[in-house]
Design a protein around this ligand. Structure first.
Ligand SMILES: [Zn+2]
Length: 226
């Protein structure tokens, strides 16, 4: 039998399928997936002291310091409801977040005692031109939000939503060439440097993220062990 992993981070370029694969893995393993953005929004909505601080930082258009994000991740990791494991979707995204997260794991007695440390980092490898193709062509049903793609996933009847029969569709304003290229450039300079550390630690597994969703999910299944 191979190893099994339940404390997982999924990394990869924007538009590389992280969110999709995190959702599939979450369902298969019966454990939750967390993204930094979602946790910060939740904290703001809860109206806690840190939530108000986060809101003020975001309102000013500043980057949220890593410790706020790591605090949120920590709460979920030590929550008895998540005792079966966790998936971090697109985290850590910066060197600073990684270092803060590593220090937190080492120092937190609950995490150390219960061996809740990250044990697998999945890196979805997807070439830039593939990401660009994938993002540029995507659109959604204006009514139910079902997702489509000009090349990869047209509705069964052209111009009619499979899910609800609606005939109008929308595109995200930031799904354009310039924005995608700039996000990829940002990924290379800000996020990619996070990865070698995990390779040295022996946690990194690279997955070819090109190809159909279920094929990539199957590659992930073999590595994660379920
Ligand atoms: Zn629809």
């Amino acid at each position: 039998m191979g190893e099994t992993y339940r404390h997982i981070a999924i990394m990869g370029p924007p538009g590389g399928g992280k969110g999709t694969q995190a959702a599939i893995l979450s369902e298969k393993l019966g454990i939750r997936a967390f993204s930094a953005g979602e946790l910060l929004r939740e904290e703001v909505a809860r109206g806690t002291q840190e939530g108000r601080e986060i809101e003020a930082i975001i309102t000013k258009g500043n980057l949220v310091p890593s410790r706020y994000i790591v605090n949120r991740m920590r709460e979920r990791i030590v929550d008895p409801q998540n005792a079966k494991g966790y998936i971090l979707d697109g985290f850590p995204r910066t060197l600073d977040q990684r270092d803060e997260f590593e220090a937190m794991q080492k120092d937190d007695p609950h995490i150390v005692a219960n061996r809740l440390e990250l044990d697998l980092v999945l890196l979805l490898q997807v070439p830039d031109d593939y990401v660009i193709d994938r993002i540029i062509g995507r659109y959604a049903c204006a009514k139910c939000g079902a997702l489509y793609h000009e090349k990869f996933k047209q509705p069964k009847t052209f111009g009619v939503c499979d899910a609800c029969g609606h005939k109008e569709f929308t595109r995200r304003a930031d799904d354009n060439y310039e924005t995608v290229v700039s996000r990829l450039r940002n990924y290379r300079s800000v996020t990619a440097p996070v990865i070698p550390y995990y390779e040295e630690k022996g946690l990194l597994k690279c997955i070819d993220g090109t190809g159909p969703i279920d094929v990539v999910a199957e590659k992930i299944r073999k590595v994660v062990g379920y």
